[in-house]
Design a protein around this ligand. Structure first.
Ligand code: TMP
Length: 210
């Protein structure tokens, strides 16, 4: 098996990515070398990170300003990269992350229009240095379909409550990154069934790490 590989799962709201992370986790649990894998999520994944997650998504007292939001995402990313991801990769583990910096390009760059994708990537470099995913599964789903799915699963967090145009720009952000780095991106048609997608991910995953 290969060592020290970093895999991320990305996509807009209700794209089914977290379900697939869970299914991949179950598959890995059945492997004899399951301890060679670690799963993290963003924002969060460390004690401070989970507190920041709560501030970012559910804090009701006061909404963060756009730049506060961007810097908090970068802060939690710095924390998890230095304390969890980099040490694990150094030990040769395979790290699987539910979201990473492509989310920031899509949400804070394209959707909130805080700064350009290039500026977000420069800021990210300050936060995490040269750390970069080896492979990114991008769950591509039209915002119209995502909105239909979301209607069935309230309560919604602060990002999920944003309107259609915001989520259309999120999708443009992901498409931009996928075009910029086609080698890294594996585009998953998120309109397929859970079972079909799980098989596809398992196949890609095995090719990547075994
Ligand atoms: P989740 O629901 O997939 O766990 O993601 C949490 C929310 O945070 C989701 O709406 C996307 C958003 N987010 C950003 O806006 N920027 C980021 O950099 C990250 C990691 C997440």
């Amino acid at each position: 098996m290969k060592k020290g590989i970093f895999i991320t799962f990305e996509g807009g709201e209700a794209c089914g990515k977290s379900t697939q992370v869970k299914l991949l986790k179950e598959y890995i649990e059945s492997l004899p070398n399951k301890d060679d894998f670690i799963f993290v999520r963003e924002p969060g994944g460390t004690k401070i990170g989970e507190e920041i997650r709560n501030l970012l998504l559910n804090y009701k007292e006061d909404a963060p300003l756009p730049m506060t939001e961007l810097l908090l995402f970068c802060a939690t990313r710095h924390q998890i990269s230095e304390n969890v991801i980099k040490p694990a990769l150094k030990e040769g583990k395979i790290v699987i992350a539910d979201r990473f910096y492509d989310s920031t390009v899509a949400y804070q760059g394209f959707a909130r229009e805080i700064m350009s994708a290039n500026e977000i990537l420069n800021l990210t470099k300050l936060a995490i240095g040269d750390l970069k995913p080896d492979k990114t599964f991008y769950f591509k789903l039209s915002p119209h379909e995502a909105f239909k799915r979301k209607a069935n699963c309230p309560p919604l967090d602060r990002m999920e409550l944003e309107g259609m145009e915001f989520h259309q720009r999120v999708a443009q952000g992901y498409d931009y990154m996928a075009n910029l780095e086609p080698e890294r991106f594996c585009i998953v048609d998120a309109s397929k069934s859970i079972e079909e997608i799980a098989e596809e991910i398992k196949h890609e995953f095995n090719t990547l790490v075994m």
